[in-house]
Design a protein. Structure first.
Length: 325
C-alpha cells in the first residue's frame, strides 16, 4: 500500500509518501524566510508560497521515494484546522490529483496527524493519551486505538508555541521565537524569576498561556532587558511545570498505557527532559523524531494509512476546508 500525504495547513508545504509502515520520502518547504521579517505568519503570503512550491515539492517527493505517480494507492490531505487559504491550496491539489489518477482520497485532521506520527513505533499500546504542543494548538486527546480520538482538553487562548513566539518577540529575538528562547535559556537561571503557573480550576485539562505571557511583559516593563537568559529560563520552567501538572491530571483521570506527543514545541529539549523526569515512571512516553514534529506530509500519510487499514470509507472528491476558528 503506497499512501501520499499532503500538508499545507500553515507555513510548511509538506508531501510525504508511505509504503505500508515505512516512510519513503518526506519533503518539507518551510517559509521562515518569508515571515520572519513580520514576526509571525502572514496568511496571504503563506497561501501564495504554497501555491508556488507544491508542484516541485510533490515532484521531489516522488523522486526521493523512487516511485511513479500511478503507483500511489491512496491520498490523504489536511483539511482542518489551519489557515483557510493555505488549506485550500493543499486540498485543491489533492482533489485534482485524486480525480486525475482515480484514487481514493481522505480528509485528515492536522492535530490528529501530529499524534499519528508516533504510530510507526511498534511499542505503542492503547488506550493512550495524545498531546499536541505546537505554535497554534495545545490539545489533549484520549485514544482508544489508532483512529478513535476524543478531545479532552485544549487551549482557551494562546497556544504554548504562540506564547514562546510572543515572549521571543518581546525580548527582540528572531522569529520563530521558540528555539531562540530555548537557546537563551541554556545560559540563564530558571529560579531567578517566578512566573505564574496557569492551571485554571483544580480539575481542568484546558490550557491558558495568555497570563504568563502578560506576566513576562510586565516584568520587562519594570526591569528592562538586562537579564534575557534568566527571563527565558524562568519562563520555560513555568511552561514545563504547567504541562507536567496537566499531564499528571490527565493520566490520573484517564488510565492509559502510552503518552504520545506531537507538534513543533516538543522539539524543545528542556521540555522533553522535564516531562521524562516527572512523568516517565508513570506511563510509557513516546516523542517523535524532531524532523517529524514540524508540520509535514509523512504524518498525514501515516494517519491516512491507518484509516484505510481500519476500513474507514474515503471521502468524496469534494472536501470542505475547516480553518482555525
Amino acid at each position: 500500500m503506497i499512501v501520499l500525504g499532503i500538508e499545507t495547513s500553515c507555513d510548511e508545504t509538506g508531501i510525504g509518501i508511505l509504503k505500508n509502515e515505512k516512510i519513503l520520502s518526506n519533503i518539507v518547504a518551510t517559509q521562515e524566510d518569508i515571515h520572519s521579517v513580520y514576526g509571525g505568519v502572514v496568511p496571504e503570503l503563506a497561501s501564495r508560497a504554497h501555491l508556488a512550491r507544491i508542484d516541485n515539492v510533490f515532484k521531489i517527493a516522488l523522486e526521493r521515494a523512487k516511485i511513479k505517480i500511478d503507483e500511489i494507492d491512496f491520498i490523504g490531505v489536511t483539511n482542518s484546522p489551519g489557515l483557510k487559504g493555505s488549506l485550500l491550496v493543499g486540498v485543491s491539489f489533492a482533489c485534482g490529483l485524486a480525480y486525475s489518477l482515480k484514487k481514493p482520497i481522505y480528509k485528515i485532521d492536522h492535530l490528529k496527524a501530529h499524534i499519528a506520527v508516533n504510530f510507526l513505533n511498534q511499542e505503542i499500546e492503547f488506550p493512550a493519551l495524545g498531546f499536541v504542543i505546537s505554535g497554534g494548538h495545545t490539545s489533549f486527546y484520549y485514544l482508544k486505538n489508532h483512529i478513535d480520538f476524543t478531545l479532552i482538553g485544549k487551549t482557551l487562548d494562546d497556544a504554548c508555541g504562540e506564547a514562546f513566539d510572543k515572549v521571543g518577540r518581546m525580548l527582540g529575538l528572531p522569529f520563530p521565537g521558540g528555539p531562540h528562547v530555548e537557546w537563551m535559556a541554556e545560559n540563564g537561571d530558571e529560579n531567578r524569576i517566578k512566573f505564574p503557573v496557569p492551571l485554571l480550576s483544580n480539575n481542568s485539562l484546558d490550557f491558558s498561556f495568555s497570563g504568563i505571557k502578560t506576566s513576562v511583559m510586565y516584568y520587562i516593563k519594570e526591569n528592562g532587558l538586562k537579564n534575557i537568559p534568566d527571563i527565558c529560563a524562568s519562563f520555560q520552567k513555568a511552561i514545563a511545570e504547567t504541562l507536567c501538572i496537566k499531564i499528571e491530571r490527565a493520566i490520573t483521570r484517564y488510565p492509559v498505557k502510552s503518552l504520545l506527543f506531537g507538534g513543533g514545541v516538543i522539539q524543545n529539549n528542556y521540555l522533553r527532559k522535564k516531562i521524562e523526569e516527572r512523568i516517565g515512571k508513570k506511563v510509557k512516553i513516546f516523542f517523535p523524531e524532531k524532523k517529524l514534529c514540524i508540520d509535514n506530509g509523512a504524518m498525514v500519510s501515516i494517519l491516512t494509512y491507518f484509516l484505510v487499514k481500519y476500513g474507514v470509507e474515503p471521502s468524496e472528491n469534494k472536501i470542505e476546508v475547516l480553518p482555525t476558528k
